[in-house]
Each structure stands twice: as C-alpha cells, then as structure tokens.
Ligand binder design. Structure first.
Ligand code: MN
Length: 204
C-alpha cells in the first residue's frame, strides 16, 4: 500500500467580501477578476512555494511579513496588502468618519476632504509601483505614508487603516494611465465604517 501525502496550501486565498462587479463603475469586474484571481492569488501561490519546508511554514501571514525579507517578504507583504485592500471596500460604503477617527482627522488634516487630497497627491507623486497608506501609531496619531513595491507600515510598528494600491495592475484596465482619477475614485467605495473599526481596534 502506498501512502500519498498531498501538500496543503500553507497560506490560503481569502475570497472577496462582495461580488466581482460590486464596486462598478469605480472598479470593474474585469479588473477585480485579474486583481484578485491572478495578481493576488499569484503572490499567495509564489509565497507558498517559497515557504514550504522553511521556518516560515508554520507562521501566520502577518508574522511572515514581520520576520522575512527578500522574495519571501515581497510575496507575503503583497498577499497581506491585497487582502487588507480588498476588505476596505463596500458597495454600501459609509462615506464619512465618525467618533475618535473623525476627531483625529479633523485635528490633523482639517477635514476628511483634505486627508483624501493628501493621499491622492501622495499616490500621484510615488515613483513607480507601490502603496499609499493611512496608518496610525499606538497613540492614534495618523500618517499618510508612501511605500515602494510591497512596502507596508506594519514593519514600522504602525497600524494600517487604508491601503491605496498604486501598481498599474490595480487601475490600468479601467483608467489607463490616469492614476490620479483611479485613486480618487477608490474613495467612492472605501467604507469608513471599516476604517473606523480598524482605528478603534488599536490598543491605547
Ligand atoms: Mn495590486
């Protein structure tokens, strides 16, 4: 009798919390299919290939991001960033912040509109591929941060709140070279109830 072992996927694919076309007209179903099923799933597949039989094989995705570098970091961070990115959107998004988050935004940026402008301008000025983040420190102070490639504020000890994907694959099918319009339109489907939930979860 032969015993066959089938290697289970170490890190699994997280499905979208809405249908592929749910964010239209701002993000098309076609973009979502490529972005989730090809790009994001590709990072997960590559990561699993890299960590099989390594010391990372038993770690959570977030722990791999914190502890790795090189190709493992690049694929792990891209996998983590994409789940975080997809989960911030909703077809029934609440378009304003409330509570502690609203107060922090108004105190530091003047208004939600000014914060959005700052994030869009940061995305436009990021050279090449990367991510623009809204993140908070342990005291709840907010930061708009540009990171090249797979970069994440997690490695700076900050808590991510919003991720804007400024890799061309995130917008080229729908917006061609119009990066500014694509990130500005992201805010039409970012659910501030979700952002607030992330902010309120910071222990302070
Ligand atoms: Mn992407």
């Amino acid at each position: 009798m032969t015993l066959t072992t089938v290697a289970a996927a170490l890190i699994s694919i997280v499905e979208l919390p809405y249908t592929y076309g749910a964010l239209e007209p701002y993000i098309s179903a076609e973009t979502m299919h490529f972005h989730h099923d090809k790009h994001y799933a590709g990072y997960v597949a590559k990561l699993n290939e890299l960590i099989t039989d390594s010391r990372y094989a038993t770690l959570s995705l977030e722990e791999i991001v914190r502890q790795s570098d090189g190709a493992i970091f690049n694929n792990a961070a891209q996998a983590w960033n994409h789940v975080f990115f997809f989960e911030q959107f909703s077809p029934n998004a609440r378009h304003h912040a409330e509570g502690k988050l609203e107060r922090a935004i108004n105190m530091q940026f003047g208004s939600l509109e000014e914060l959005k402008k700052s994030m869009v301008a940061t995305a436009v000025s990021l050279f090449g591929s990367g991510w623009v983040w809204l993140a908070a420190d342990n005291d709840g102070m907010l930061y708009v941060i540009a990171k090249p490639n797979a970069g994440t504020p997690i490695t700076d000890g900050l808590h991510p709140l919003i991720a804007l994907d400024v890799w061309e694959h995130a917008y080229y099918l729908d917006y061609r070279n119009m990066r500014k319009d694509s990130v500005a339109d992201c805010f039409k489907v970012i659910d501030w109830a979700k952002v607030e939930e992330r902010y309120d979860a910071i222990n302070r």
